[in-house]
Design a protein around this ligand. Sequence first.
Ligand code: CMP
Length: 146
Amino acid sequence: MERTLVIIKPDALSKKIVGKVITTFEEEGFKIVAFKMVLLSREKAEEFYAEHKGKEFYEPLVNFMSSNPCVVMVLEGENIAQKVRDIAGNTDPQKAGEGTLRKLYAQDNRHNIVHAADSLESAEREVKFFFSENEIHHWEERIYKK
Ligand code: CMP
């Protein structure tokens, strides 16, 4: 089954909308299989965003992502990486579609609430960056009343 990594960024914590972001994913029916809160060191943030090294937004991005904790999670499902990207919306909230997380909550293209892996290959690499296999849970969905 396909898995993807989501980072709920420090701006979402400050705005107290972590719950809303998670609710959005749950209401879409996405399955959470791993979840934790992390404070990225500067070095870890640099490593995570290494592909952007040299771009003008790299340093401020690394500063922001290591400034306060993030919530990281793994979601599992069919075509999940694309589905999460669709819900996140365009990196730039001004270009993001109506109803997307970034359109609803993001201030600008740095403080943009969530990171979602941009391909299946990135998703696999990013899941491993934050989680060991024994932190990723295999659980069965069951039906409960109420
Ligand atoms: P994310 O999905 O975390 O992946 C790379 C990040 O770089 C992106 O979200 C943005 O937060 C940031 N980013 C990309 N382009 C720009 C830009 N032009 N200016 C500022 N930040 C950017």
